[in-house]
Design a protein around this ligand. Structure first.
Ligand code: ADP
Length: 365
């Protein structure tokens, strides 16, 4: 039997059962009350017994007749309300079913209009919220495909240009080889970073969480970049105490985060500038930062700076070998380790990128 039939007949059955109960009540229980009333009216002497019995039976007959007369009206009304209620529920379920089918078919613009305050209206609201977030995800997916295609298009065009120039003997082999290697390296960086971001987002990244020496980590990061900063005449200094508390993290991933922030500081700070790599204990965490005297980042860019491929100056970022997802990777890694990443900056006053990491031991308490 279909849902409508089940709901209709179950409503009606409930009304019939209720009517039967009333009938039993009228037949068996009500005489107890009206017999007392008759006793008070005509007295309880034995000579009035026949009168009492006749009054009692008359009463009973009238009540049963009244019940029988009202039964068709009551059952008709019960059938009417059962029909309306069953239709209301089935219509709502049909709308949900249609909506579900539309979503399954990729029509994420489908919305349900169900009024009321009951559970069905609540399901419709959840359905609409789900459709909304699927539509947003779909839009982001399309935008990402377009951006990735654009990102790969730039080095591919360059590769094509160099090979054509080589074929027409316009450039020597060494120049072409160096250019091809540079472009291939740029593509490799973009694809590696993208793969890493997708693994982080799919929670498929395996982390080796363990006790990490915070000071040793900062020294390690500093050592890796010292020469590069010196070459560009930028002063790199370390601002951290040797007894900086250890953190509970994946050492190599932390180093990767610091490397991404230091590469950016190296890229965007002009020669003669300063960069500070620091760490301080802060409540249950250790706060690390990379602060530079570069151009800074204006407030309107700060909200989107951690988005994939968001660049303030795309030409400059590409020129300086930026993949455009260094900060997205850093954010994903920090958050995967339970921390928080942020930026304090303003146009013309340098940038400080910071992130937090749980102190070792804080996780155990
Ligand atoms: P990219 O590989 O382009 O550097 P990122 O994700 O690392 O990509 O950074 C995104 C953008 O943020 C950069 O293109 C740059 O415009 C800006 N940016 C990042 N770090 C700094 C910084 N230290 N100073 C100024 N701008 C920065």
């Amino acid at each position: 039997m279909k849902l409508f039939g089940r709901l209709f007949w179950s409503h009606l059955l409930a009304s019939v059962v209720a009517s039967a109960c009333i009938l039993i009540g009228v037949g068996l229980i009500s005489p107890i009350f009206y017999n007392q009333h008759i006793d008070r009216l005509v007295g309880t002497s034995p000579e009035n017994r026949v009168l009492r019995e006749s009054l009692s039976q008359g009463h009973r007959r009238i009540m049963l007749l009244a019940f029988a007369a009202s039964l068709p009206v009551a059952l008709t009304l019960a059938a009417g309300t059962a029909y309306l209620e069953a239709r209301r529920v089935v219509t709502a379920i049909k709308k949900l079913e249609e909506g579900g089918r539309a979503l399954a078919g990729g029509h994420y613009d489908k919305r349900l209009e169900l009024r009321g305050n009951d559970e069905l209206a609540a399901i419709a609201q959840h359905f609409n919220a789900l459709a909304e977030s699927l539509a947003t995800t779909e839009k982001e997916r399309s935008a990402l495909i377009a951006t990735v295609a654009h990102e790969l298009h730039t080095p591919l065009s360059a590769l094509q240009g160099y090979t054509e120039a080589f074929a027409e003997n316009l450039l020597p082999l060494e120049t072409v080889t160096a250019a091809l290697n540079r472009e291939l390296e740029a593509m490799r960086r973009v694809t590696n970073d993208l793969l890493l971001v997708s693994r982080i987002e799919a929670r498929g990244l395996e982390l080796q969480l363990e006790r990490c020496d915070s000071h040793a980590l900062l020294v390690d990061a500093c050592d890796r970049f010292l020469m590069l900063f010196e070459e560009k005449d930028i002063r790199l200094t370390l601002d951290a105490l040797e007894n900086l508390p250890p953190v509970y993290a994946d050492y190599s991933r932390l180093l990767q985060v610091l490397s991404n922030l230091l590469s950016n500081a190296l890229r965007y700070t002009p020669s003669g500038g300063r960069v500070v790599l620091g760490g301080r204990a802060h409540e249950e965490t250790v706060r690390f930062w990379v602060s530079d005297s570069g151009p800074g980042i204006a407030a309107e860019h700060q909200k989107r700076i951690f988005d994939r491929f968001y660049r303030i100056d795309p030409a400059r970022s590409r020129r300086e070998d930026g993949s455009g997802i260094g900060l997205t990777v850093a954010k994903g890694l920090v958050e995967a380790m339970g921390g928080h990443i942020g930026l304090e900056s303003g146009a013309g006053c340098g940038s400080t990128f910071f992130f937090t990491c749980t102190r070792f031991g804080a996780t155990l308490s």
